[in-house]
Design a protein around this ligand. Structure first.
Ligand code: KG4
Ligand code: ZN
Length: 336
């Protein structure tokens, strides 16, 4: 089955064509206009999606050497995300579906991230404890089978990617901050500063990340500009370690509690090098298998949306033209 996927939930305009687990082509255009504002400006994102969507889809089809007639269907993110941004992709796909008579399916962006991992594997077995970590989400999910999820816990306030981005902003680094902190932390001392690990000791699987950035703010207020500059890498390393430690500990604890033999990462923060290596080490020690997503399928892309959509289309599912965009859409199992 060959599916065209489209993703416009935030500031990436992306399209991809996949054939089962094979990505035939894919384009991601990251809108640079937001960098100067230190975060995504929703209205500017919608306008940029409108400008970019047609040329990006045309080029994606051309790269795959396919015409619309040769596709079996379309998949598009319908939430969660910025409503104006989502509507651009959704309405575009409705148009394609109406014009070609081929089915389309609305995909949950979080489910897309999960399938960005599955797309990276040769073979998957269930159950899997999935840690979904991005700019908007921090969730632990027990994936019992394809399209079947049990939510174990989620953040009560900020997402971990948000903690990276806001922390980076306080440190005067660019947006998005995760990759910058990751890079600088490599040559820093993770024991330099003590930052809090919220909710690490309780036996629940919820997270809280708003206190971490406040702790950094308070910490920086007590430092001279000179000291901040001198110890930037150390602060990044300490901050990153605090953010990642909770993720690693809770994920492994969940795998043990729910007797899952496999653990998987998804979302933009799954690109974090400390998270990948630390979780890898602990999984090896505990005899757990770790499914890591390819770096290109961690941050927002359309191949992951196409891959999740394909799972539904294969089962004969399709969305109606009345489908809306849902900014706060929750992850649910099929038929739930
Ligand atoms: O999945 P994504 O592209 O968008 C959302 O759905 O939110 O994730 C973007 C997030 C940003 O917060 C970014 O700072 C973070 O992923 N990120 C990282 C790294 N690469 C991206 N965080 C930590 N380390 C990284 N290497
Ligand atoms: Zn995302």
């Amino acid at each position: 089955m060959t599916v065209l996927g489209i993703e416009t939930s935030c500031d990436e305009t992306a399209a991809a064509v996949i054939d089962e687990n094979r990505v035939l082509s894919g384009i991601i255009s990251s809108q640079e206009i937001h960098a100067r504002f230190g975060g995504v400006v929703p209205e500017l994102a919608s306008r940029a999606h409108i400008r970019l969507i047609v040329p990006i889809v045309e080029k994606t089809l051309k790269d795959a050497d396919l015409s619309l007639d040769e596709l079996q269907g379309f998949a598009v993110t319908c939430g969660p995300g910025l409503v104006g941004a989502l509507l651009v992709g959704l309405n575009f796909v409705k148009g394609l579906s109406l014009a070609t008579g081929k089915p389309f399916i609305g995909v949950n962006h979080i489910e897309g991230h999960i399938y960005g991992n599955i797309l990276s594997q040769k073979k998957v077995e269930f159950p899997i404890v999935f840690l979904i970590v991005s700019g908007g989400h921090t969730q632990l999910v027990l994936m019992e089978d394809h399209l079947k999820y049990r939510i174990l816990g989620k953040t009560r306030d900020d997402a971990v990617g948000e903690a990276f981005d806001k922390g980076a902003k306080l440190l005067g680094l660019g947006y998005p901050g995760g990759p910058m902190i990751d890079k600088l932390a490599k040559t820093g001392d993770p024991e330099f500063a003590a930052f809090p690990r919220a909710m690490m000791k309780d036996d629940k699987f919820d997270f809280s990340y708003s206190g971490l950035k406040t702790a950094l703010l308070v910490y920086l207020q007590k430092m001279s500009e000179e000291e901040k500059k001198k110890h930037l890498n150390d602060i990044c390393a300490s901050y990153q370690k605090a953010a990642v430690e909770v993720l690693v500990k809770k994920t492994v604890r969940a795998a043990k509690k729910f007797k899952a033999q496999r653990v998987a990462l998804a979302g933009g923060v799954a690109a974090n090098s400390l998270l990948r290596t630390w979780l890898g080490e602990v999984c090896q020690k505990e005899g757990l298998e770790l499914y890591l997503p390819d770096l290109k399928y961690c941050t927002d892309n359309a191949a992951m949306i196409a891959r999740a959509g394909l799972e539904y289309l294969k089962r004969g599912r399709r969305s109606e033209l009345t489908l809306n965009a849902y900014p706060a859409l929750k992850l649910k199992s099929m038929d739930e």
